[in-house]
Design a protein around this ligand. Structure first.
Ligand code: SAH
Ligand code: SF4
Length: 340
């Protein structure tokens, strides 16, 4: 749905007071009303106008699948404006978190060698509405059993910082107390290392979390896995992170996908420790998830444990990410907007 400022402009143009925008946001986001006819607090003329001209959601469910243990639900959405397909995932963690992993683009231009989305190429940016609607959809879905969305991660399809303005507008919408009211601290943006985006976020003043997909501790290896590293080299990236943490005092997370024989040699754990030692950071090791036509294998658990131990000697807090949803291709890097 549209955000407050857009709704307000639409209502004023139709001769209705702007508080109607608050009412609509409240009805949809906080009461879960899914049909204008159930919004009895709005005048009939306005309801008729909205019904004709302003669909509540800009996307619709095409297909959905649920992991065997019920912890993950992946939905394939169709964008109403042009039929493009995107995917989003709801994760229901044992600790009570209800996290939606959203897409920010249709496809992705970055072409990382290990990622299913990267293989699709780039189709288009999502609008802010198409991004926040992925969360709204799951919010109304789980409301029926008394649950609410606690967290949002931009780790679906696309590079959020290649669609900065729409992503930040969606973040503000999700954060809006009149709407879903999801705390900025519970929202995470993940970037492959688009330096201008990191610097913009630093000046944006929002308390969102920043995750950097690092995946390699030296320029040569990083370039071979992620073409973006040719444009924004590792030195420049580290420089941007330092500026970011100095200014915001916020801890960044480094994502490090563990691929057997590619980036999991223990000497690389030492290199990584040396590279980020002393930074305000945290490392997430992500066990590699299989993708179609993949040529990679996941690192052995023992390797990942050794990585953790080595990084701890550099006093870098490190965790191995629990990977949910692999049985339905809903885990990190497996979203490709088609086969559900
Ligand atoms: N484009 C952004 C956000 C989406 S990807 C980014 O790259 O940061 C979310 C995370 O999943 C990234 O850290 C990405 O590198 C990782 N990822 C991609 N493919 C993966 C795979 N096959 N297995 C595990 N993680 C993967
Ligand atoms: Fe794009 Fe992220 Fe996949 Fe790289 S890992 S291709 S940046 S979605």
């Amino acid at each position: 749905m549209k955000d407050f400022s857009e709704l307000k402009a639409i209502f004023e143009a139709q001769g209705h007071p702007s508080f109607r925008a608050n009412q609509l946001l409240h009805d949809v986001c906080q009461r879960g009303v899914a049909d204008y006819k159930d919004m009895s607090n709005l005048p009939v003329t306005l309801r008729d106008y909205l019904n004709e001209n302003l669909p509540i959601l800009s996307i619709e469910e095409k297909q959905s699948s649920v992991a065997v243990d019920g912890s993950v639900r992946k939905v394939l959405f169709r964008c109403k404006k042009d039929g493009k397909k995107i995917e989003a995932v709801l994760m229901r963690f044992k600790d009570g978190r209800r996290t939606v992993c959203v897409s920010s683009q249709v496809g992705c231009a970055m072409g990382c060698s290990f990622c299913a989305t990267g293989k699709m190429g780039f189709k288009r940016n999502l609008t802010y509405e198409e991004i926040s609607d992925q969360v709204l959809y799951f919010a109304s879905d789980i409301r029926s059993y008394g649950e609410t969305i606690s967290n949002v991660v931009f780790m679906g399809m696309g590079e959020p910082f290649n669609n900065y303005d729409n992503v930040m507008r969606a973040v503000r919408f999700l954060n809006d107390a009149r709407g879903l009211n999801i705390g900025a601290r519970n929202i995470t943006l993940s970037t492959s290392g688009v330096v201008p985006g990191i610097l913009k976020l630093m000046d944006d003043g929002l308390q969102v979390n920043l995750a950097i997909s690092l995946h390699a501790p030296n320029q040569e290896l990083r370039e071979s896995m992620m073409p973006v590293a040719k444009k924004y080299g590792l030195d420049e990236l580290m420089d941007a992170v330092t500026k970011y943490t100095n200014k915001t005092h916020r801890r960044v997370s480094y994502e490090y996908v563990m691929i057997a024989g590619v980036n999991d040699d223990l000497s690389l754990a030492h290199q990584l420790g040396n590279l980020i030692e002393g930074q305000l950071c945290h490392v997430n090791l992500i066990p590699y998830n299989l993708t179609d036509g993949n040529k990679f294998k996941r690192s052995l658990n023992r390797k990942m444990d050794d990585f953790v131990k080595i990084l701890e000697t550099y006093r870098v807090p490190t965790t191995i990410r629990v990977s949910l949803g692999q049985d339905i291709d809903a885990a990190c890097g497996q979203l490709a907007g088609g086969k559900v």
